[in-house]
Ligand binder design. Structure first.
Ligand SMILES: Cc1cc2nc3c(=O)[nH]c(=O)nc-3n(C[C@H](O)[C@H](O)[C@H](O)COP(=O)(O)OP(=O)(O)OC[C@H]3O[C@@H](n4cnc5c(N)ncnc54)[C@H](O)[C@@H]3O)c2cc1C
Length: 404
């Protein structure tokens, strides 16, 4: 980077969504006054993705409400938004980003905030009625399709698939949720929380099929008609949503020389190269408090990591060591997980009652606390996170070594 005052450095953010916007806003808050440019392949100003599978899909919210900021607040950022232009290459020595419109943008600092994209099943894209849900345009299309009613099959029983099934069932749509885990979101809630979620789905009329994979989608006249499972079961479908995970948006970086390995590989400061950072869903950084490389796909991380990256661009950085956290809203209730529940070998109920759908679980492994799950009990859950935070703090301090 050039040797000027870091507050005057030009910053180019590739991807104008939660992570990129959080970085830009934190920069300005911390006194950055240099040129700030966003290059974004989509045509919309920054919007929030969590409501797309919930309030927007249910019809409760219209598209204006998913905007992350209103126009006045965005104008105050004094940033240039280059929309509808995809970054196709990064030259790391000069920090120059080329776009598909044959333009190039050079800056003192580049922030890679390109997120992830939905993974498809082979051949599924050719059939009408088959959807994924990642962008606002995806959500508009899916919402329109659901209005036609007809049976819905959601393929993938992770967080996103479970949310879509919950929203659709509450709209009165005949919904089946199919996935490879035995119960929904078992990979993130652990078996106890997942069993409660399974009950909630069943009470709402969702048909759950666990431990099964999809063999094929079959159509007639170009429209999807059935979903065939690995055991030969055939499910009628007017609409299919594929929610089988995501791929980090890194194809534009293949020739950059940066290390790409299920995301942009970064050090503990989220630096991917000289004057280059990655933030949000796309970033796989070294978490020194957990002693592992981590890539988190959640909204809170995008915001917190944006702040950490902004500080580092301004020369005030510190290793980024958050307590992993995510939330999901289903059936009007907030489910929160701190740390990891899926890896727990012991789960204890520490507050509330499972049958009331208000409770807090603590997960431990080899006798050490590793996770907290709160179900409609946000305050009580947060209060239980102290041992998890302390452990990260202690390990981070020992990784950094004694201060001089
Ligand atoms: C439907 C849905 C529901 C969700 N619900 C929850 C939830 O309940 N709780 C939770 O914690 N998290 C949730 N998430 C996850 C959360 O939205 C993400 O973690 C967050 O959006 C990550 O922000 P990001 O900026 O890293 O990436 P993204 O939001 O994916 O943004 C990346 C941006 O980069 C742009 N881009 C990609 N490639 C290029 C390129 N080559 N050139 C230019 N621009 C490019 C994309 O168009 C996009 O705008 C949900 C996500 C979805 C899709």
């Amino acid at each position: 980077m050039t040797a000027q005052d870091p507050r005057d450095r030009s910053v180019l953010v590739v991807g104008a969504s939660a992570g990129g916007l959080a970085t830009a806003e934190a920069l300005r808050r911390l006194g950055h006054r240099g040129r700030l440019t966003f290059v974004e392949s989509g045509v919309h100003l920054p919007y929030d993705r969590p409501p797309l599978s919930k309030q927007f899909l249910s019809g409760e919210w219209e598209r204006e409400r998913v905007a992350l900021r209103d126009d006045t607040v965005l104008a105050q950022l004094e940033a240039q938004f280059v929309l509808g232009e995809r970054a196709v290459a990064l030259e790391t020595v000069t920090r120059t980003v080329e776009t598909d419109m044959w333009r190039s943008f050079t800056a003192d600092a580049v922030v890679i905030a390109t997120g992830v994209d939905a993974r498809w099943l082979p051949g599924a894209q050719d059939l009408f009625g088959v959807h994924t849900l990642r962008s606002l345009d995806d959500a508009v299309a899916l919402r329109g399709q659901l209005e036609k009613r007809g049976p819905l099959v959601v393929v993938g029983n992770g967080v996103l698939g479970s949310e879509i099934a919950a929203t659709a069932a509450q709209r009165g749509i005949d919904t089946t949720l199919v996935g490879s885990s035995a119960t929904p979101m078992a990979g993130s809630l652990g078996h106890v929380g997942s069993a409660v979620l399974a009950r909630r789905h069943q009470e709402a009329g969702v048909r759950l099929i666990g431990g099964k994979r999809v063999r094929a989608l079959r159509g007639r006249s170009g429209r999807v008609r059935t979903v065939e499972l690995s055991d030969g079961t055939e499910l009628d479908a007017a609409t299919v949503v594929i929610a089988v995970g995501s791929e980090p948006q890194t194809s534009w970086l293949v020739d950059s020389g940066l290390t790409i390995d299920d995301g942009v590989v970064c050090d503990e400061y989220c630096r991917a190269g000289e004057g280059i950072w990655a933030v949000g869903d796309v970033a796989r950084w070294q978490h020194i408090g957990l002693d592992q490389r981590l890539r988190l796909e959640n909204r809170t991380n995008a915001a917190e990591q944006g702040l950490a990256v902004a500080r580092d661009i301004l020369g005030e950085g510190a290793p980024y060591t958050p307590l992993p956290y995510f939330w999901s809203d289903q059936y009007g209730q907030r489910v929160q997980v701190y740390g990891s529940m899926a890896d727990a070998d012991h789960v204890a109920l520490v507050d509330g009652a499972l049958e009331d759908d208000r409770f807090v679980l603590e997960g431990s492994k080899d006798g050490e606390p590793i996770g907290v799950l709160g179900w409609a009990m946000p305050k009580q859950a947060r209060l239980r996170t102290r041992p998890l935070l302390d452990r990260i703090k202690t390990r981070s301090a020992s990784a950094l070594g004694p201060a001089d």
